[in-house]
Design a protein around this ligand. Structure first.
Ligand code: ZN
Length: 499
């Protein structure tokens, strides 16, 4: 095999993988948004057949040979990285048979369906056995992938290249030490900020109209995007120019959909703004989850919780809901969307208590995969952690262990990237403020200048670099959680007038 032949095989095979990816991603979006429930058994089985076909293409001996050959060549920065990521993925995939991969995918979808049913019926017993099964299957998978490495480290590295328990332990110990005392003080000032008007009645159809204004403000265009409705909001990057987002309307919490749409649009821009020259490659288009969450949390928190962000949008929101907001000033609205109190739902948590929700999940997952958790009592362990750290307990499993979708399809190790992403975002905004007049741009509705900045400094790279390298390029220094801690402490001591 020579370089030219190998590259041709590599690119031809990637094109096939992309075709399957397109089909599976479109079906995946469909099944979590509009697909009727009764079709799920058939649909899941057919998706798992497609997974099997994808496996066949990915592990085609001539592709494997080409990857191994190319991994030894110098192909330039971009191709070197794509081939490196392809090899890394292949090394894992080849440890499993097609049938095993198909079975696992089927169990994941079954997990999704049972979780949804359990959540809707507020009955953990519907999902419990499947969750335990997914944990056991995941443990076996990890054991085979690398028997020498602590299994949870493998998951952490899957979602954020280079991360492991040692690094996260350090990160979360800072969160615990620096933020918990402040959270306790602020919890004592319950009612200090009036945010009750956020929880009045906001009909979903009118909320949907406002979301159009929000998306227009952000520049999320229907020429490359689409907003769907689902139980647990997500973004689906089907291709660079087809990036769909979803939300969920809570008619008694207007902030919920607003911030979830903004969050998902942050993900969407990241997918959309990857360098077009990577369109023919596949691995370099898969960004790490931590970097992804840094972009979504950047939109959601570091931009959208500012007064300047709502200067143009808030009058429109008032027009849709005069009965609730006519007499609420922009300043009062901004204070309300930044209010902090311990609460049960991660996705609706304020910035300060948010990382504690992640800390809880991180500790639980660590215990699960280090063999220290009683799998029969995960719902109780969940509740105990909430009591220990936030002093609250869910009345319903709907608000407890069933609130998040991630465990239902065995996405263990994903949660920590939310806190990491938030911390990365704090460091990025610190840099952006030096380079741009952020408030002025937001006030004037020039959001395109912000997305252009993110494209130039972070997003166009795709997965060309890992997050530490991107941070160095974007800010001139490595990742440092101090920016995050300082930002939160400064913001919330001022907001709550804590001495
Ligand atoms: Zn996200």
């Amino acid at each position: 095999m020579n370089k030219k032949e190998a590259l041709k095989i590599y690119k031809d095979q990637i094109k096939k993988m992309q075709a399957y990816y397109l089909a599976m991603a479109t079906l995946g979006f469909d099944r979590l948004t509009i697909a009727p429930k009764d079709g799920s058994d058939f649909r899941n089985e057919m998706i798992s057949v497609l997974d099997g076909e994808y496996y066949q293409v990915q592990t085609d001996p001539k592709f494997v040979e080409a990857v191994l050959y190319l991994a030894e060549q110098d192909l330039g920065k971009v191709m070197n990285r794509d081939v490196y990521l392809a090899k890394r993925s292949l090394e894992d995939v080849l440890k499993f048979s097609k049938e095993e991969m198909m079975e696992f995918s089927l169990e994941q979808m079954k997990g999704n369906d049972l979780w949804y049913e359990a959540k809707m019926k507020d009955d953990y017993s519907i999902f419990k056995d499947q969750l335990i099964k997914l944990i056991e299957l995941s443990k076996k998978k990890l054991e085979r992938r690398n028997p020498k490495k602590p299994s949870y480290d493998i998951f952490l590295d899957d979602f954020e290249e280079g991360m492991d328990q040692k690094k996260y332990d350090h990160f979360f110990s800072l969160i615990r030490k620096e933020l918990l005392p402040l959270i306790k003080k602020i919890n004592k000032k319950k009612g200090y900020i009036d945010d009750s008007f956020l929880y009045l009645y906001y009909p979903a159809d009118k909320q949907a109209l406002f979301m159009k204004d929000v998306m227009e403000y952000l520049g999320y265009s229907s020429s490359w995007g689409y907003l769907g409705v689902t139980e647990h909001p997500f973004t689906n990057g089907i291709s660079r120019n087809d990036v769909r987002v979803t939300t969920n309307y809570d008619e008694h919490n207007i902030a919920s959909a607003i911030f979830s749409v903004i969050h998902e649009c942050g993900h969407a821009f990241y997918e959309h703004q990857v360098d077009p020259k990577y369109d023919d490659l596949i691995y370099i288009r898969y960004m790490s989850s931590g970097m992804h969450e840094s972009q979504s949390r950047f939109f959601e928190n570091y931009l959208a919780r500012r007064k300047s962000f709502f200067k143009l949008l808030y009058p429109k929101l008032q027009e849709y809901f005069p009965e609730n907001l006519e007499n609420v000033s922009l300043d009062d609205f901004i204070r309300a969307i930044n209010a902090s109190q311990s609460s049960l739902i991660r996705t609706e948590a304020d910035e300060l208590t948010y990382p504690i929700h992640i800390l809880i999940r991180y500790e639980l997952e660590k215990d699960i995969f280090n063999g220290k958790a009683d799998l029969n009592n995960l719902d109780k362990l969940w509740d105990n952690k909430y009591e220990k750290y936030l002093g609250i307990k869910a009345e319903k499993v709907f608000d407890g262990i069933l609130q998040d979708i991630h465990w239902s399809d065995a996405s263990f190790g994903y949660f920590p990237t939310y806190a990491l992403g938030s911390a990365i975002g704090a460091q990025l905004i610190h840099q952006m403020e030096k380079d741009l007049n952020v408030d002025e741009l937001l006030e004037k509705g020039k959001f395109n200048k912000i997305t252009a900045y993110l494209k130039k400094n972070v997003q166009h790279y795709g997965a060309l670099y890992n997050f530490e390298e991107i941070m160095k390029l974007a800010t001139g220094e490595g990742f440092d959680p101090k920016y995050y801690i300082d930002y939160l402490k400064d913001k919330y001591t001022k907001l709550y007038d804590i001495k």
